[in-house]
Design a binder for this molecule. Structure first.
Ligand code: BDP
Length: 738
């Protein structure tokens, strides 16, 4: 009798070419993980692959024999679905649904008020905070009972994702006692998405918001987006561009906004819109948008009423006013304060927030652009309404590869500040370069402002603890688009991930976040984890060195900001020209921001002002940010400034080569598709790093008139060649502002 194999070879396998079969064998053996789209693709960090470590798998299976939960309402339904699906997939077996909270090997999931009294009495529930959770094992071994609890559904949701992450990242569950809560109130993504689905500074495809088919068609991607954000603790999203279009505030669009808000709600995410200051004129038919005009005030009030009638948990407005051509109160001789408070008053009766952006500089103000926002807003400290937050970019210029922190952090004491980071890499290589941004974020958040003495870190400003603000927050300009993997570069996912986790707790460390992301996205192989972690952490300094070392900034080519353009000096507004920022001349290079120059250092607390203003103590990475120095200035190493600059550029290029080689050492440990994607992108990054070095050094040489230092590879082309490069279709450029 002929025995039939229990695993008959499917027909399609027989037809596959020979070289594919070994790959399939690897996949079947679980060595390379195959899921639709592969690692770092659509599933992001929520893949929930089967736990590979046998001992841990055994322990997890024992702990999660069953779940007791009685899901009530949409958020709890999400929690139930995530836990049953996630655990089922991680453990390779679904936990059974237990009808009672008794028995062993059981996970209990309930808000604190619904826990059985005998469980409650064993827990210190008074430690639970709003939106926080507790994951605690009550008994070990065969009697294991694990409790996930919180004050409300949102806390349970965050706890559920954290629990799943423990398993994804192969953390021991025995004796777990994890109490956590977000340190900031507002953890927010800002989409610079236009209603026509273009994305300003977006490099990952079109906008995921399909305004044309809303509200009738709800793209399943909206819920996947909400889910990914909720898994990090993100609780707010601004779905429209800061360069706002008033149309989104009209009735038909508000119906669409309502539909989106409905998708976000079970995931604990409040929806915000950007408000165009001139909307009363554009869609309201008024003759003015003067914030003190009674008709304007009434118009915004009734607009707020209309929105809240549709969306009771609407978050509020984000406003870019009198900045880069956007309308604002100053058009009517009114101040930012008057504009912000008027809108805040319209939102206040509904519990809405007004987030006013401090990214303001003016062509009519001849002072150093780096000083302008501080000078504009500091005098208003203490005068904003209670529901106003001021959103401040991390640095005083504009998301440059490296900036000192914005001087408003710590200085503005009575106004809650929202940190604004850019997750999309407008100034850090678009979605082509591998640059792990959480390292940049950490650098900023750990900076001590000294405003209340030592330990006044930016993190403590952002989490509200420095001045006792309950309102606080962090916003990230999203890098999300319609690309299959959401972020264009597969590793852009790590930036979204790291941002979300840091918004939850600004004190977290970049290294730990890198590791979490790698483990939950790519797997737990220790060598792979360590190798990629190092590569991610190294990538941050690399980009600074090959683009703008030693404190140089804003050398980008005009408009699209793709590639170098240090020679650009013909734009109408002086502070839009790179020559404004580097100030290169035969005498030297750098922006003097000491008392002999713009004196921007004086905007920092004294210890920082002294540190930056004094050549002996100014960190090398900020040297040319604060000082204008001769080309033959002696660095601490003994090298001249000119030589040091060339060698830093070279170091940046070498780092990318090293990162590429490190990546290539992982071939066979990474899914082939992902491996190839990243390798191709790294090759482009290598070329572009060299382009930056060559173009900038060729240009600066026209002033220094010095030979390139030994150890710096000479430029490949002439300066004229670099200047001739044009990129009319570089992505992400402003299509139109309205
Ligand atoms: C700049 C971007 C521009 C934004 C602006 C902003 O180039 O597209 O509109 O920031 O933050 O960096 O408002």
């Amino acid at each position: 009798m002929k025995l039939r194999s229990p695993f008959p070879c499917p027909l399609f396998v027989k037809r596959l070419p020979g070289r594919v079969l070994p790959l399939l064998a690897l996949l079947a053996a679980g060595m390379l993980r195959a899921q639709p789209g592969g690692a770092a693709s659509y599933d992001l960090w929520l893949r929930f692959d089967r736990v590979q470590n046998p001992a841990l798998l055994g322990a997890y299976r024992e702990a999660f024999g069953g779940i007791w939960m009685d899901p009530q309402g949409p958020t709890q339904q999400v929690i139930w679905d995530e836990l049953t699906r996630g655990l089922g997939s991680l453990l390779g077996q679904s936990p059974e649904k237990r009808p009672t909270p008794n028995g062993s090997n059981l996970l209990l999931v309930a808000t604190a008020d619904k826990l059985p009294p005998e469980v409650r009495s064993q827990l210190s529930l008074d430690q639970l905070r709003e939106e926080g959770f507790l994951i605690r094992q009550l008994q070990a071994g065969a009697n294991s009972r694990l409790v996930l609890t919180a004050l409300e559904d949102k806390g349970l949701l965050y706890g559920a994702y954290r629990l799943l992450r423990l398993l994804q990242t192969e953390r021991p569950i025995a004796g777990v006692n994890l109490l956590d809560a977000p340190k900031t109130a507002l953890r927010m993504l800002n989409h610079w998405d236009n209603l026509d689905r273009t994305v300003e500074r977006g490099y990952a495809g079109a906008s995921i918001w399909n305004w044309h088919t809303l509200p009738g068609y709800i793209d399943p991607r909206y819920a996947d987006y909400a889910r990914a954000n909720a898994s990090l603790g993100i609780n707010a999203t601004v779905v429209t561009n800061v360069n706002a279009n008033a149309l989104v505030l009209t009735a038909p669009y508000l119906e669409k906004v309502k539909a989106l808000a409905g998708v976000m709600r079970p995931y604990g995410i409040r929806l915000f819109l950007t408000a165009r200051f001139s909307a009363p004129i554009e869609i309201g038919g008024l003759a003015t948008a003067d914030p003190l005009d009674p008709a304007v005030i009434a118009w915004w009030q009734s607009k707020a009423d209309e929105i809240y009638a549709l969306i009771p948990d609407f978050g509020g407005f984000v406003v870019k006013a009198n900045s880069e051509g956007q309308p604002g109160p100053q058009n009517y001789g009114r101040s930012h304060l008057e504009g912000a408070n008027m809108l805040a008053d319209a939102l206040a009766p509904h519990g809405g927030l007004l987030i006013w952006r401090a990214f303001v500089y003016s062509e009519h103000d001849p002072t150093d652009r780096a000083k302008q926002a501080y000078s504009e807003f500091l005098p208003y400290d203490g005068q904003f309404r209670d529901n106003v937050l001021l959103q401040v970019k991390n640095g005083p210029i504009d998301f440059q590869p490296r900036e000192p922190v914005h001087p408003l952090f710590g200085a503005m004491k009575k106004t809650p500040l929202v940190m604004e980071f850019q997750i999309t890499k407008e100034y850090l290589g678009f979605a082509t370069h591998l640059v792990f941004l959480p390292k940049l974020f950490e650098e900023v958040l750990q900076t001590d402002t000294w405003q209340q003495g030592e330990g006044s870190t930016v993190a403590r400003v952002v989490d509200g603890s420095l001045y006792g603000h309950t309102l606080s927050g962090m916003a990230g300009v999203a890098n999300i688009g319609s690309d299959l993997n959401w972020t264009g570069h597969p590793f852009g996912q790590a930036d979204w991930y790291g941002f979300g986790r840091l918004a939850w707790d600004p004190g977290l460390k970049a290294g730990a976040l890198a590791e979490e992301w790698i483990r939950s996205t790519l797997g737990n192989d220790p060598e792979m984890v360590e190798t990629i972690k190092k590569l991610l952490l190294d990538s941050r300094e690399a980009v600074v060195n090959y683009m703008m070392p030693l404190g140089l900034h804003h050398l980008f080519d005009t408009g699209h900001h793709y590639g170098p353009g240090p020679w650009v000096g013909n734009l109408s507004r002086p502070e839009w020209n790179p020559v404004y920022y580097h100030q290169a001349s035969p005498e030297g290079v750098g922006f003097d921001r000491t008392p002999t120059g713009s004196n921007a250092v004086a905007q920092y607390a004294l210890p920082l002002a002294n540190k930056y203003g004094n050549l002996d103590s100014c960190p090398e990475e900020f040297l040319l940010w604060f000082h204008h120095l001769p080309w033959d200035y002696r660095m601490k190493s003994g090298a001249t400034l000119w030589d040091a600059l060339g060698l830093k550029y070279q170091e940046g290029v070498e780092s990318v080569r090293q990162i590429t080689a490190t990546w290539e050492s992982l071939q066979g440990k990474i899914e082939p598709e992902l491996y190839q994607q990243v390798q191709m992108l790294l090759n482009i990054q290598q070329e572009e790093a060299r382009w930056w070095k060559d173009a900038c050094m060729r240009y600066f040489q026209t002033f220094s008139k010095l030979p390139f230092p030994e150890g710096m590879e000479p430029p490949q082309h002439s300066l004229e060649y670099y200047q001739s490069l044009k990129f009319p279709y570089a992505p992400g450029t402003r299509p139109s502002w309205n």
